[in-house]
Design a binder for this molecule. Structure first.
Ligand SMILES: NC(=O)c1ccc[n+]([C@@H]2O[C@H](COP(=O)([O-])OP(=O)(O)OC[C@H]3O[C@@H](n4cnc5c(N)ncnc54)[C@H](OP(=O)(O)O)[C@@H]3O)[C@@H](O)[C@H]2O)c1
Length: 287
């Protein structure tokens, strides 16, 4: 049994490998892939096969994928370049004849206005056309995305956002990683598209309450318009493109793109997902 994990040098991939080892998968059954050779070294020290790859360089992928019974394709992090990168990875997976592919996608990827969804939707289409057995893990937001918000709140007593009353059904990376490990090591997931989320969809007012508790100071949610939000973000030094991206994501949240809490993640991992307060407390402790 060979399980190959891309993005192993990243935050999610590392947790998937930890989860696979915790589930009793021998290190010798795993192959960790990433671009950063230094970060791969800790896996090699545990007896895990490692390879340096770059999705942008297809020639690095064939040997890395060869013999894979299951390939976890963790979506790349270079927004705008990912579709070609994922295409390269899927073509290499077909050439290598991998047993099955598990792909980390985004909530409702093929039926949403979420600004990061188009690359995921197109990747899902390429996977469906590849002829390989595929499982899609459509991950809602990571709770850890709000660690920076918490840091700002610690300094200012405010959470400023243009998400209105929108809700986010986030879960921790560790929750999603455990689900990936379950899917990689148990049968019956071929063809499935799993909408994965935390058990509870929270508002930014809820986030402010949690922040108040964690920080031991009053934190309020200041709901602003998209225009005000953009000006505030550029005022603190964000470039216009990044500010626009953040405002667009808040718009997606305001419109409900991340609001649906599904039972699927909880069912896959066999326990409740990590509550917002616990997830943020753990992330703060780890930071
Ligand atoms: N659901 C959410 O809230 C959310 C938030 C952010 C991102 N995401 C998505 O989920 C993925 C995993 O999240 P994460 O937190 O683990 O991200 P991360 O820590 O940034 O890790 C990204 C991983 O992708 C690898 N990678 C990036 N470009 C690559 C390329 N051209 N070739 C080969 N590998 C490449 C990186 O390798 P190196 O580090 O070795 O370069 C790293 O291992 C992200 O890449 C993104 O697609 C989801």
């Amino acid at each position: 049994m060979t399980i190959v994990i891309t993005g192993a040098t990243g935050q999610l991939g590392r947790l998937v490998i930890e989860s696979l080892l915790e589930r009793g998968i021998p290190a010798s059954d795993l192959r960790a892939l990433g671009r950063n050779a230094d970060r791969l070294a800790s896996f090699a020290a545990q007896g895990i096969d490692t390879r340096v790859i770059d999705f942008a360089q297809p020639e690095t992928l064939d040997a890395a994928f060869s013999g894979a019974d299951a390939l976890l394709l963790v979506s790349g992090s270079e927004v705008g370049q990912r579709l070609q990168q994922h295409r390269n990875a899927i073509d290499a997976a077909v050439r290598a004849g991998v047993g099955r592919v598990v792909y980390t996608s985004a909530s409702k990827a093929t039926d949403t206005d979420l600004v990061v969804a188009p690359e995921h939707a197109e990747t899902e289409r390429l996977l469906a056309a590849s002829g390989l057995p595929v499982t899609v893990l459509r991950n809602n937001w990571y709770t850890e995305n709000y660690l920076g918000t918490l840091d700002t709140a610690a300094a200012t007593g405010e959470i400023v956002a243009s998400a209105g009353e929108g809700r986010v059904a986030s879960a921790t990376r560790a929750d999603y990683a455990e689900a990936a490990a379950v899917v990689l090591t148990t049968p019956g997931h071929e063809g499935a598209v799993y909408e994965l989320s935390g058990d509870t969809a929270w508002t930014f007012a809820d986030l402010a309450e949690v922040a108040s508790e964690l920080l031991g100071r009053e934190v309020v949610y200041r709901s602003v318009t998209p225009e005000e939000h953009g000006s505030i973000l550029t005022g603190v030094g964000l470039d216009a493109g990044t500010a626009g991206f953040v405002v667009a994501l808040d718009g997606n949240i305001r419109d409900g793109a991340l609001a649906e809490a599904t039972p699927t993640l909880r069912e896959l991992i066999g326990r409740p997902t990590t509550p917002l307060a616990d997830g943020l407390a753990q992330a703060r402790a780890a930071a």
